[in-house]
Design a binder for this molecule. Structure first.
Ligand code: ADP
Ligand code: MG
Length: 323
């Protein structure tokens, strides 16, 4: 059991940012409207996620550290039709097997909450306690019992960079959720949760960029592309600032990247890339993913249609903006 968890952890948990991703996705699945993330030293020492979601009953809280004890649907093959982000029931047991965990949680129905302390996946202590509705989880000393993996962690600045990328993406895909991220007590990101994507772009990229974004809103009978792209005057040197979502789920998509590139082709100087946040909505049967748990590369069965729609939608948007 413990071995299986450690193996799963090796696949899913590459670095502190993977922990942040799994925990925040659980908060989103729990219906949270407010998610606070506090990390110390690039997440190597401390990762805390506090949400106001539905919480867990004492029994469910203990069960959540058992392998495959997911409360969610078990259908990996239609990921894009799922309402929830998690589906394997592997994340918490995996994370717990390679760290020290403190979990406090309460549901609306229970008068008192439960506090659990785990070391290397084993429950060491449990007590009932007062707690607000929701979940507060702390992951300390990640990889403390897998020293080789600890050794391969990068510098603090690199690890916090990865964490910040993950939280930015999640904030961009959920403008209706208020996100707060701090590192060593310093605020890195705060969004309002007012549902306005452009406000999230402002929170991440700043006022100047937000002012220079143009809206994309384009559809045909089968699919819809919505979001924002920067005017050709506002660019970055890499594609790092391009976020693509399919039915609200963050994906890697070379195809969408190329379609965007094509829309800008003569407008960009070499090695310049626009800032992009685009969500493609389509029937889930038209999309498939390389199901590696940490990297979602979207594959479309109607790729020419997707390419055409993205390219036309973006072209129309930049043409309509006063250049
Ligand atoms: P999955 O998300 O794939 O179901 P996880 O290991 O991430 O598996 O979580 C296990 C279970 O623990 C979830 O199915 C959910 O029931 C519960 N859970 C985890 N985090 C939270 C949270 N923040 N709020 C409420 N329930 C949670
Ligand atoms: Mg999960």
């Amino acid at each position: 059991e413990d071995v299986a968890n450690k193996i799963a952890a090796g696949e899913v948990i590459e670095r502190p940012a993977s922990v942040v991703k799994e925990l925040v996705e659980n908060s989103i699945d729990a219906g949270a409207s407010k998610i606070e993330i506090k990390v110390k030293n690039g997440g190597k020492d401390w990762i805390q996620v506090i949400d106001n979601g539905e919480g867990m009953s004492p029994d469910d809280a203990k069960l959540s550290f058992e392998r495959h004890a997911t409360s969610k649907v078990e259908r990996a093959n239609d990921l894009f039709a799922l309402r929830t982000l998690g589906f394997r029931g592997e994340a918490l047991p995996s994370i717990a097997s390679i760290s020290r965990v403190n979990l406090t949680t309460r549901t609306e129905e229970s008068l008192s909450g439960i506090k659990l302390r785990l070391v290397g996946g084993e429950i060491e202590k449990e007590e009932s306690c007062g707690a607000p509705i929701g979940t507060n989880i702390i992951i300390k000393d990640l990889f403390f019992n897998t020293p080789v993996r600890y050794k391969y962690l990068k510098q603090i600045s690199t690890e916090i960079g990865h964490i910040s990328d993950i939280v930015n993406r999640l904030a961009l895909s959920y403008p209706e959720i208020a996100f707060y991220l701090e590192h060593n007590g310093r605020k890195i990101l705060e969004t309002t949760g007012n549902g306005n994507l452009l406000d999230v772009i402002f929170n991440i990229y700043g006022r100047q960029v937000a002012k220079e974004m143009v809206k994309v809103d384009y559809s045909d009978n089968y699919m819809e592309i919505k979001g924002y792209v920067s005017k050709p005057t506002v660019t970055r040197s890499s594609r790092k600032h391009q976020s693509y979502f399919v039915n609200g789920r963050y994906v890697k998509s070379n195809l969408m990247g190329k379609a965007v590139q094509e829309a800008y082709h003569t407008l960009l100087t070499v090695h310049r890339q626009p800032i992009v946040v685009l969500n493609l909505k389509l029937n889930p049967i038209l999309v498939d993913v390389n199901v590696h748990p940490t990297k979602l590369e979207a594959k479309f069965s109607r790729s020419e249609m997707v390419y055409g729609l993205v390219q036309e939608g973006v072209t129309k948007a930049i043409k309509s903006s006063d250049l």
